[in-house]
Write a protein of this length. Structure first.
Length: 257
């Protein structure tokens, strides 16, 4: 039985490697953004508390991060907690605020080994100290890594981001740091939380919802969207490869012919 188990694992590994190599034959999205939706509904379907879905979803982030890195994706942005999520029950919010500690505490050595660099975008001030400490430690410990960027959107809301950027632009114009005639899309993008990152090529949203939910509204202007009915805890490596395969079949014209 043990020999059969090892053979099955080896066979599965070879099959996965073939899929990865096949996917890499065509251009892979440089920046993938994911709205990880459906954790609560996944748990409810199994008569489990909502937090069980969030915990299971955390495991999926690990697997998808590893695969994205292997595929050569340059940036993976995951929508971990929105500015609107504070409206959820206090017990659920408290659990979500503990997840970065658990996730990064156990996954950080692997991220370092995979040469993944951790970044975060969002309003840090409102985050609990223990949450922010865990994220900042991961950012510090991976700052010299040169591989894929794992960008956490944590306490993030796009409308607030755009307003904040606009206020900074107005301040710099008034103080003479920039001239108002210099303000264009490229300059404005440098005032956003994604400064230095390319706009996403592919957006994935799970759970069957078809909306952006205040996520990267400026940055997603020409992004390809891929929606699936699958709840995030059930999202597999095969689903990511399917999304990328679909992306590779599309023609991106950016408003041209």
């Amino acid at each position: 039985m043990e020999i059969l188990k090892r053979w099955k694992n080896k066979s599965s590994s070879i099959h996965a490697t073939d899929k990865i190599n096949e996917t890499k034959k065509m251009p892979v999205p440089e920046h993938i953004a994911i709205i990880m939706d459906g954790n609560g509904r996944w748990a409810k379907k199994r008569s489990l508390p909502r937090i069980a879905g969030h915990h299971e979803g955390m495991k999926v982030v690990k697997r998808i991060t590893k695969l994205a890195s292997q595929l050569g994706v340059k940036t993976l942005t995951v929508y971990a907690f929105s500015t609107e999520n504070w409206k959820r029950p206090q017990t659920e919010v408290e659990f979500l605020m503990k997840l970065p500690e658990e996730f990064l505490g156990t996954f950080l050595p692997e991220l370092i080994e995979e040469n993944v660099k951790v970044q975060m975008m969002g309003e840090k001030e409102a985050l609990p100290k223990h949450t922010l400490n865990a994220v900042e430690k991961a950012i510090t410990d991976t700052r010299h890594n040169t591989g894929m960027i794992l960008n956490f959107a944590l306490n993030y809301g796009s409308r607030a981001e755009i307003l904040h950027a606009m206020k900074k632009v107005l301040t710099d114009v008034k103080s003479g740091i920039i001239d108002e005639n210099e303000v264009n899309e490229e300059l404005f993008s440098n005032y956003l939380m994604t400064e230095g990152l390319p706009d996403p090529d592919l957006l994935i949203r799970t759970s069957g919802e078809i909306r952006l939910s205040n996520f990267m509204l400026w940055q997603l202007a020409y992004t390809e969207f891929w929606f699936t009915e699958v709840y995030w805890p059930d999202f597999s490596e095969d689903h990511l490869l399917e999304a990328i395969s679909d992306f590779q079949k599309r023609s991106r014209r950016y408003g041209g012919v």
